[in-house]
Design a protein around this ligand. Structure first.
Ligand SMILES: [Zn+2]
Length: 340
């Protein structure tokens, strides 16, 4: 920041960024407090030979089973661990050996503590461990997401990518440019031809745009562009939320985000406030298709405005506990080898 005008905008918009973040966190917290876990059923969806998607509450779980043991992508919430373990035991007699977190959000990492205590090896991007260890304070509700206990933290972390040679497959997890958070990983089951996108995709709706965790709209589009080369015509896509989907739908999702960027960026560049952007209704024609999911249009739009303001340098970068992932460096990590 090197001008008075920028400093003025920075303080105004820094506040906006934290308000958006806490609103998102509030919604999640209220939903969590009201949940009756006993009513949650964990549904097992066969995806490919040896690969399943488990749906309960929270992010979709990916599961690889075979001779070597169970490999799990994300673990929803702690009160569901027993149901998740039962669902896994119903398709394999082998133990759970690894859980890989696609990012640090509690609806994807809530089972870490239970699984860690059971001796499961937790793996994630470096920033997932750092953010879980740091926790988060919510200004509006006054609630704090407490730092995770040590046993819930990833024991193995990676910066760019890691591959598991398990169950006859190559399970390749790679970090993408800052998108939903600055610690996102996508998991490719290369032989099974299945991809778990983490929260890069909220199938059928706008995504949660978590600016304080490093969300970036430009990075998000670049991230999906990194995933698409791994897909073929028969690839199955497990989204972070929603139903099993296809590469074509992932492409549509990317294009939706690109349209959002085209519509909102000029307004942010023109110095419009979040309220003015909302009043201009730049997403009106997209809302019928995308605005009826978990995340409502206005919530998403305010997040996008905050994120683009940061990308443009109108607000200070959100403090990253690792400070290893600049939010505007969508090509900072080397591209993995695409699927032949
Ligand atoms: Zn998430």
């Amino acid at each position: 920041m090197n001008s008075k005008r920028q400093r003025g905008m920075m303080s105004k918009r820094s506040h906006l960024v934290s308000v958006v973040a806490t609103l998102v966190a509030c919604v999640a917290t209220v939903a969590l407090a009201q949940r009756d876990w006993s009513k949650v059923e964990v549904k097992t969806v066969p995806v490919a030979p040896g690969i399943y998607m488990l749906q309960g509450a929270g992010g979709n779980i990916g599961l690889s089973v075979g001779d070597d043991g169970a490999f799990v992508v994300d673990d929803q919430y702690a009160p569901l661990t027993d149901k998740i373990k039962a669902a896994i035991a119903a398709v394999t007699p082998k133990p759970i050996r690894f859980v890989l977190n696609t990012h640090w959000h509690g609806d994807h990492t809530g089972g870490n503590e239970n699984l860690g205590q059971a001796g499961v090896l937790i793996v994630a991007h470096d920033n997932v461990r750092t953010r879980l260890a740091a926790g988060l304070f919510n200004e509006i509700s006054g609630r704090t997401v407490a730092p995770a206990p040590r046993v819930a933290l990833p024991i193995v972390t990676f910066t760019d990518a890691v591959t598991f040679h398990l169950n006859g497959d190559e399970i390749h997890a790679f970090h993408v440019p800052p998108a939903h958070t600055d610690g996102d990983a996508v998991v490719v089951f290369r032989k099974a031809d299945v991809i778990h996108t983490g929260d890069l995709m909220f199938q059928g709706g706008y995504p949660v745009f978590d600016v304080p965790s490093g969300a970036s709209l430009s990075g998000w589009i670049a991230a999906i562009d990194r995933v698409l080369p791994f897909t073929g015509p028969a690839t199955k896509i497990i989204p972070g939320h929603g139903e099993l989907t296809t590469p074509a739908e992932l492409r549509v999702y990317r294009d939706m985000l690109s349209t959002v960027r085209e519509r909102v960026l000029p307004l942010v560049k023109a110095g419009k406030s979040a309220d003015e952007v909302v009043a201009a209704a730049p997403l009106a024609e997209l809302d019928a298709k995308w605005g009826n999911g978990m995340v409502k249009s206005e919530t998403f739009l305010r997040g996008v405005v905050a994120g683009l303001s940061r990308e443009l340098g109108l607000v200070a970068p959100v403090a990253s506990p690792a400070s290893a992932a600049p939010p505007t460096a969508p090509t900072a990590t080397p591209a993995p080898t695409p699927k032949p």
